[in-house]
Design a protein around this ligand. Structure first.
Ligand code: PBG
Length: 334
């Protein structure tokens, strides 16, 4: 498309003169209907443990989780994404698929209290493994190794246990190869043919996850996640990962982190036209909170600008720790 010199009478300023005119011709409008609020749940009653690098984010016991979800729902947020912090960790991530595990218990209570709220569960093992990795670990002569295939069976069990508890969508974030197919097969075999999978398809090995690992108590005890998460430098690999997840049965694909990966998001949406989610991760939230606390950035304006950018780049769904505030601002006409 040739743009310059083609439209001699065009004067963009005419359409920018008033706020009403600007709204009339606005191309991208973030709405509350697309927001997902991540929440951290642990056992107990009346527990609200603040996460140091994420002001306003807490590890919550199920009763407090319901309160938090209720507030967000009332503000217009249609969905939450749950992460669990178990009482016990081991080498098999037993608590991740226990029928009375912390997430399973929370999902049951949430669905009872707020039946219309969409409950998405993160399917991963890192919070439940004593070593903090997303897969099964074996000691070898070369040192510890993460085993892809033995992990798949466990992930299938986690997803089924979440669906049994009432989860509306399961979201695998482990990045093992073949997990979407394994999870789809496990769900189908257990009668959950209608439970969608939102796969963390293009998930990069990012330093922006720093604050999350404190929130979820899931930092790896040795090594890093670079063998199973993606190199931030690679976009073609991201497209292959997304293609694979779609072929294996993903219903929604995700790009994560969000702001530093807008080009990936744009290409994923353009290439596949699938329902696409962007995850504005813990570090993105922390950066803005820190700058806002110092009076260096206008939190409300920047939050809305970031949501708009994600929408413009192609996100259908936006997962953000600022979902409740953003919903309130959007409802107030931001
Ligand atoms: C678990 C998982 C992580 C995040 C979501 N699921 C952390 C990781 O991969 O280390 C990060 C979310 C965030 O930073 O907000 N596999």
């Amino acid at each position: 498309m040739r743009i310059v010199g083609m439209y001699p009478a065009y004067r963009p300023r005419r359409l920018r003169r008033t706020a009403a005119l600007r709204r009339l011709v606005r191309e991208t409008n973030p709405t509350v209907a697309q927001l997902v609020l991540p929440l951290f749940v642990r056992s107990g009653r009346n527990v609200r443990r603040p996460v140091r690098a994420m002001p306003g984010v807490f590890q919550l016991s199920p009763d407090q989780l319901i309160r938090e979800a209720e507030r967000a729902y009332q503000a217009g947020v249609p969905a939450v994404l749950l992460f669990g912090i178990p009482d016990r960790k081991d080498e098999k991530a037993s608590e991740a698929y226990a029928a009375k595990g912390v997430v399973q218990t929370a999902v049951r209570q949430l669905k009872k209290a707020l039946p219309e709220l969409i409950v998405i569960t993160d399917v991963c093992l890192c919070e439940y493994m004593s070593h903090g990795h997303c897969g099964v670990v074996r000691q070898t002569a070369r040192g510890p190794e993460i085993l892809n295939d033995p992990t798949l069976e466990l992930l299938g069990r986690v997803a089924v246990s979440h669906a049994e508890a009432g989860a509306d969508i399961v979201a695998p974030s482990d990045m093992m190869d073949g997990r979407v197919r394994a999870i789809r097969a496990a769900l189908d075999a257990n009668g959950f043919v209608d439970t969608p999978i939102m796969s963390y398809a293009a998930k990069f090995a990012s330093a922006f996850y720093g604050p999350f690992r404190e929130a979820a108590e899931s930092a790896p005890k040795f090594g890093d996640r670079k063998t199973y998460q993606m190199d931030p430098a690679n976009v073609h690999e991201a497209l292959r990962e997304v293609a694979m997840d779609i072929a294996e049965g993903a219903d929604i694909v995700m790009v994560k982190p969000a702001l530093a990966y807008l080009d990936v998001l744009y290409r994923v949406k353009a290439e596949f036209g699938y329902p696409t989610a962007a995850y504005a991760v813990s570090g993105e939230y922390a950066m803005l909170k820190a700058a806002a606390a110092n009076g260096w950035l206008d939190e409300r304006a920047v939050t809305i600008e970031m949501l708009t950018a994600l929408r413009r780049a192609g996100a259908d769904i936006i997962i953000t720790y600022a979902a409740k505030e953003a919903a309130e601002w959007l409802q107030a006409g931001a």
